[in-house]
Design a protein around this ligand. Structure first.
Ligand code: KIV
Ligand code: ZN
Length: 512
């Protein structure tokens, strides 16, 4: 059976220490629920001695979350250990993670204690922690700038005192992968206590956190401490998504190890953490960045359509997202044809060529080209939208209860359909009544009015973006009356949506 690498997630502890990323208890619980869906092995839920809020959040997570082990951080002080022990008490599986330092610079200038005193305090803390749980982790900060022989002495004493996991942090992100791997191998070799799990915790100051963690796994480490989107102090921690996918994609490099992570939950976890912390994920970030599965150059898009493996080592679906071919100036005919077919348009070779040129011209003027833009181009050049619904009559009463009376004509039907309804304002009343008559509910995402002529009787043009069950469609309408222009724009979007639906149905029907 393959050996497991345990995933210890510290998004809620080290991740939350990242400036500006703090979360309240409700938000932390939301993240913890997603971490449980992701199936991380250990959730480091917080640092209970840091504040009452931290204590409450750890306790709430320990009370609610089932599945992962819940860990709390504590310095080697007695009060820290007791507070951590109380916070994790409700959890079925619980761990205390206590830490001091290993490097002389930390001991002399920060903790102001001798090496011997450090060992004494660490041992005492572990023995106390064992009274709350038999699952105790010990970390000496700054191991990558510490004397190796001292680390052997310190960690051996901690393991003999009852620590079951020894974590070897690269606190300042100083290590280089081959050197860090060698440190882990050295400590595994020299610490003679059996049955220990060696863990790694790397910071990303040199952009090497994931590489260092993986080098450590190759050297025998079996726990990786990491955070969603690489959140953490300064340049952050090891990104969970990067190490998990590296192990999944290349297990043979690491002696066939696996993780227990449900990788399809990675992207939802990334979005949630980014949303709750306000920490935007860089577009080209591995695995979870906007561009990670987007192919723009024509050659790449052609290759992807022929066989995804030409330019993708893993599938977007595997990490819980869908793959995208983006509209852009590097797009080739194959990709344009494929995307248009998905939108229900079947065009000739000459039409595809012409529309590809138009898309490129548009991409020169506009940063992002969306499906709606392309739809407008195609409709403007090659197709005419079927007018399923037409406005026949509209009367609106404003006042305390704005009311709209609407009459529509449906293509192919002689009798008009009429109804009246109320809303938060005259436009809302009109659009709601349109929804009721047509039986298609849209939700207005954008609404813009521009004056296209001058004077008191100026024509106003309304442009709308409407979401019809996940498909975003634009519409335009003009009139000297803004409410009527709004109704026309909305109906225009609706007709385009119905037209596209019909085209898609026709394209899906098998030919005889
Ligand atoms: O970076 C670090 O050393 C830490 C320890 C508390 C594990 O976060
Ligand atoms: Zn850290």
């Amino acid at each position: 059976m393959s050996e497991q690498v345990y995933i210890f997630d510290t998004t809620l502890r080290d991740g939350e220490q990242c400036p500006g990323a703090s979360m309240n208890t409700r938000e932390k619980l939301e993240v913890a629920r997603q971490l449980a869906r992701l199936k991380v092995d250990i959730i480091e839920a917080g640092f209970p001695i840091a504040s009452d809020g931290d204590f409450e959040a750890v306790k709430a997570i320990a009370t609610e979350i089932q599945g992962p082990c819940i860990a709390a951080l504590a310095r080697t002080h007695e009060k820290d250990i007791v507070r951590a022990g109380e916070a994790i008490k409700p959890a079925a599986k619980r761990r205390i993670h206590t830490f001091s330092s290993g490097s002389d610079i930390h001991l002399e200038t920060m903790l102001k204690i001798s090496r011997a005193e450090n060992i004494k305090r660490s041992v005492a803390a572990i023995k106390l922690a064992r009274q709350f749980t038999d699952n105790v982790e010990y970390s000496a900060q700054d191991t990558t700038r510490s004397d190796r022989e001292y680390l052997v002495e310190l960690y051996t004493a901690c393991a003999e005192a009852g620590a079951t996991t020894l974590n070897i942090p690269d606190t300042v992100g100083y290590a280089i992968p081959h050197e860090y791997g060698a440190l882990i191998a050295f400590l595994i070799e020299r610490i003679k206590v059996p049955g220990l799990i060696y863990s790694v915790h790397c910071h990303n100051d040199l952009g090497l956190a994931a590489a260092n963690s993986l080098a450590a796994v190759k050297a025998g480490a079996r726990q990786i401490e990491c955070a969603i989107n690489g959140l953490g102090e300064r340049a952050g921690n090891t990104s969970l998504e990067e190490v998990v996918m590296a192990i999944k994609m290349r297990p043979e490099v690491f002696g066939g190890v696996t993780t227990g992570i449900d990788t399809r939950q990675i992207y939802p976890a990334s979005r949630l953490v980014s949303h709750l912390t306000g920490m935007v994920v860089q577009r080209n970030k591995a695995i979870v960045g906007d561009n990670a599965f987007a192919h723009e150059s024509g050659i790449h898009q052609h290759g992807i359509i022929a066989n995804r493996c030409n330019y993708e080592i893993m599938s977007a679906e595997d990490v819980g997202r869908s793959s995208e071919l983006t509209w852009g100036k590097h797009m080739g005919h194959h990709a344009v044809r494929k995307k248009l077919a998905e939108m229900g348009y079947t065009l000739s070779d000459a039409e595809i060529k012409s529309i590809t040129d138009s898309i490129k011209a548009l991409a020169d003027k506009k940063k992002h080209v969306y499906d709606e833009d392309v739809r407008a181009l195609v409709e403007g050049q090659f197709t005419e939208v079927v007018q399923t619904w037409k406005l026949d009559y509209l009367s609106v009463m404003t006042g305390t209860i704005p009311t709209a009376s609407v009459r529509l004509l449906k293509a192919g039907k002689k009798e008009p359909v009429a109804d009246a309804g109320t809303g938060d304002g005259p436009i809302d009343a009109t659009l709601k009544t349109l929804d009721r008559i047509t039986g298609v509910k849209g939700s207005l995402m954008d609404f813009n009015v521009a004056s296209v002529t001058r004077g008191e009787d100026a024509i106003g043009e309304v442009s709308v973006r409407v979401d019809f069950n996940g498909r975003i469609v634009t519409g335009k309408g003009s009139s000297t009356d803004i409410i009527e222009a709004s109704a026309l724009a909305y109906l225009n979007a609706l007709n385009r949506h119905l037209d596209e639906q019909q085209r898609r149905c026709a394209a899906d029907k098998p030919t005889q």
